[in-house]
Design a protein around this ligand. Structure first.
Ligand code: ZN
Length: 245
C-alpha cells in the first residue's frame, strides 16, 4: 500500500512496534490448536508478558536497522537493488532461528522477495499466509524532522520511511516467529510468509512470482493477512472515530 507521508513525518510509537509483534504472535498462537499449549500461553495474559527486556530491545533494534536500509522503489523500472539485496542479508542475520529451523523452508523469489514455508504437524489443516513488503516509496530529507533513513528514536517514537509501511509488518512477523521458535513452538497448521520487494510498483516480480510458485504447488489457503495500516484518527474522510484497516 502506498503511503506518501510528506507531512507530518511517518512515525511509529515504539510501543506500537511491540504491539504489532504481539498481535502477530497471538495470531500464530491462536492457530495452534493444541489446547494445552494454548492455555499455558494465553493464561499468562498475553505474549507481551513473556517478552524479556532484552527481547523488547532486540525488537526495536531490528526495526531501526531495517529502516536504515534504503529499499526505495523509485519508479516502475528503477529500484535500489543493492539495498534490496542488503535487506535479505539483514533479516538472515537478525532472525537466525527463522533461517535455521528445520520447520521452515526459505526461498528467494523474483530476485529479492522472500517466501517462507512453515511446516505444521497436521497436513490435514489448510494453511494460511501472512504478507508484507519491504520496499518503500522515495523520501528526501525535506519535511522530515530526522533523516528518513536514520531509524532514529525520539521521545518514544521511531522515525523513518517504512516504519508504518511496511517494514513494521515484516519485522513484526519475523520477530514473532523468531520468539516462538526460541520458545520451542511447533505449529500444527502450516503457514506461508511472503515478503515482496516491489509492492510499491505493482509487485510484478515479487507478489506475482510468489503466487506463481504457490499455484504450481497447488497451494490452497484458508485465509491471507496482508498489510493494514496504523490506527488513524481524523484522517479518513467521514469517520469520527479512530479507524484501523
Ligand atoms: Zn505498503
Amino acid at each position: 500500500m502506498t503511503a506518501h507521508w510528506r507531512n507530518p513525518v511517518g512515525t511509529l510509537l515504539g510501543v506500537f512496534v511491540v504491539g504489532v509483534a504481539v498481535l502477530v504472535a497471538l495470531l500464530l498462537i491462536r492457530t495452534y490448536t493444541l489446547a494445552e499449549t494454548k492455555r499455558v500461553w494465553l493464561d499468562k495474559g498475553a505474549l507481551e508478558a513473556e517478552l524479556t527486556q532484552e527481547e523488547r530491545e532486540q525488537l526495536l533494534e531490528a526495526l531501526k536497522g531495517a529502516i536504515r536500509i534504503p529499499t526505495v522503489s523509485f519508479s516502475e523500472t528503477e529500484q535500489n537493488n543493492t539495498a534490496l539485496a542488503e535487506f535479505g542479508q539483514y533479516i538472515r542475520k537478525a532472525f537466525p532461528l527463522v533461517f535455521s529451523s528445520s520447520l521452515i523452508q526459505h526461498e528467494v523469489v523474483g530476485g529479492y522477495s522472500h517466501l517462507f514455508t512453515v511446516r505444521g504437524s497436521d497436513s490435514n489443516l489448510q494453511p494460511y499466509m501472512l504478507l508484507a513488503h519491504f520496499d518503500v516509496v522515495p523520501a528526501t530529507p525535506e519535511g522530515w524532522e530526522v533523516p528518513p533513513f536514520s531509524g532514529e528514536e525520539h521521545n518514544g517514537y521511531i522515525y523513518g520511511r517504512g516504519t508504518i509501511d511496511d517494514k513494521n509488518c515484516v519485522i513484526g512477523i519475523l520477530q514473532a516467529l523468531e520468539l516462538l521458535l526460541k520458545r520451542g513452538y511447533k505449529p500444527r497448521r502450516s503457514f506461508y510468509i511472503g515478503f515482496g520487494h516491489d509492492e510499491e510498483i505493482s509487485g510484478n516480480y515479487g507478489a506475482v512470482k510468489i503466487v506463481e510458485k504457490l499455484q504450481s504447488r497447488e497451494v490452497k489457503l484458508s485465509f491471507l493477512l496482508d498489510e493494514g495500516l496504523a490506527v488513524l484518527d481524523g484522517v479518513i474522510p467521514g469517520t469520527k472515530r479512530p479507524i484501523a484497516l
